[in-house]
Design a binder for this molecule. Structure first.
Ligand SMILES: Cc1ncc(COP(=O)(O)O)c(C=O)c1O
Length: 375
């Protein structure tokens, strides 16, 4: 039986990548903002409708650069229910992540929970568009404005998504993407910061290149956060095929919906409220009481058949090191509830329609009556 896993990369035909990579070999220009990085930045600027896109080595370093360029310090409020890199990028530079709870239906940052955590030490709010569903951008921006705080977004999951007709990428001070191999659009490893703020963009560019302002002139503590030309070549090749990747995700999600519709206790993520989606995260919420067994039992049942689903995200950041020993012991009821119930199913170009139907059959055949976890 064929195996499937969450995050199998979506790829352009080899020849399209090879042609671009060959050019970079011929030029002997592999990094330091070569023509392929510049071309991809320009294409992404057009697509996202923003003034500046700065390609980075990965999403985590892009988050670190964004936080540093924005001058963040002290405490930053963010959801606990996210991939741990959102928090690590802050903690890595001595900024304390303060974890807020999420909405039980959107799984995204709850502005009321954020407001309760604002103190004089707060220097920013970081929203996450979890699974590609835009977080409450308007209410969060109003809250940030009221308190004079910058609002940044971790848009690692949300390339190709939009909110109220406006692409994700153009909100807040900046938005940060991941183009990791597992993402709907990938450059192997990679990420980007998008912004309309020219001074901020200039600061990011300075910091991502060791703080060099000229050939021999260092003016700030920078790091190496640049994307290389071969990653940009993969990005340019893959970008041409994004509509096909998104259409396949959408078809797969619809088949999951049909295949699981009659199954009690399962709720598939819904992207219908947004003006554009990448349909990339096929998240199913397992209500252990309704389904008859828990999320972890379903995961184990699928794994035994070669279908590797992922518990995105278990546990919440506040429940794991180093954060669980930093006075983050406060309970976040929705985060804790959801981290015991959500399961990401395989999606993307690896799956034909028959494969999705087969995974649905496997889910329907999951033995019930085992101890339910996180119900
Ligand atoms: C929500 C979120 N933020 C940040 C990242 C970090 O991105 P990268 O893996 O490109 O460093 C990820 C990566 O998977 C993510 O899911």
């Amino acid at each position: 039986m064929k195996a499937f896993h969450v995050g199998a990369p979506n790829l352009a035909p080899w020849g399209e990548f090879a042609r671009l990579a060959r050019g970079s070999f011929a030029r002997r220009w592999l990094t330091n903002r070569g023509p392929l990085v510049q071309q991809l930045e320009a294409e992404l600027q057009r697509r996202l409708g923003v003034q500046h896109v700065i390609l980075c080595a990965n999403g985590t370093v892009a988050l670190e650069l964004a936080a540093r360029a924005a001058g963040l310090s002290g405490e930053v409020i963010l959801p606990s229910f996210t991939f741990v890199a959102t928090a690590h990028a802050l903690q890595w530079q001595g900024i304390r992540p303060v974890f807020a709870d999420v909405d039980p239906f959107t799984y995204n940052l709850d502005p009321r929970s954020v407001e309760a955590l604002i103190t004089p030490a707060t220097s920013a709010i970081v929203g996450v568009h979890l699974y590609g569903r835009p977080c409450a951008i308007g209410p969060l921006q109003a809250l940030a404005d009221r308190h004079g705080l910058p609002l940044l977004f971790d848009a690692a999951h949300a390339f190709g998504c939009a909110d109220g007709g406006r692409p994700i990428g153009g909100h807040g001070l900046c938005e940060v993407f991941s183009f990791h191999a597992t993402k709907v659009f990938n450059t192997g490893e990679g990420g980007a910061i998008s912004t309309d703020d020219g001074a901020f963009a200039e600061r990011v560019r300075l910091l991502q290149n060791f703080g060099f302002a000229g050939e021999d002139r260092v003016v700030a503590l920078g790091l190496n956060g640049k994307m290389g030309e071969l990653n940009a070549a993969l990005g340019l090749a893959n970008l041409r095929h994004l509509p096909r990747f998104v259409a396949t995700n959408r078809r797969n999600l619809e088949l999951y919906r049909q295949g699981l519709a009659a199954e009690p206790g399962l709720r598939l993520i819904d992207f219908s409220g947004q003006s554009a989606s990448n349909y990339h995260y096929a998240i199913v919420e397992v209500d252990g009481d309704g389904f008859g067994t828990g999320r972890d039992q379903l995961r184990d049942h699928l794994a035994a058949q070669g279908v590797l689903a992922r518990r995105y995200f278990t546990p919440g950041c506040h429940r794991q090191p180093p954060y669980n020993s930093q006075g983050n012991g406060r309970s976040l009821p929705q985060t804790e509830r959801l981290s015991g119930r959500l399961l990401a199913l395989p999606n993307g170009m690896q799956l034909g329609a028959g494969d999705v139907r087969r995974i649905c059959r496997l889910i329907r055949s999951c033995p019930r009556g085992a101890i339910s976890v996180g119900a």
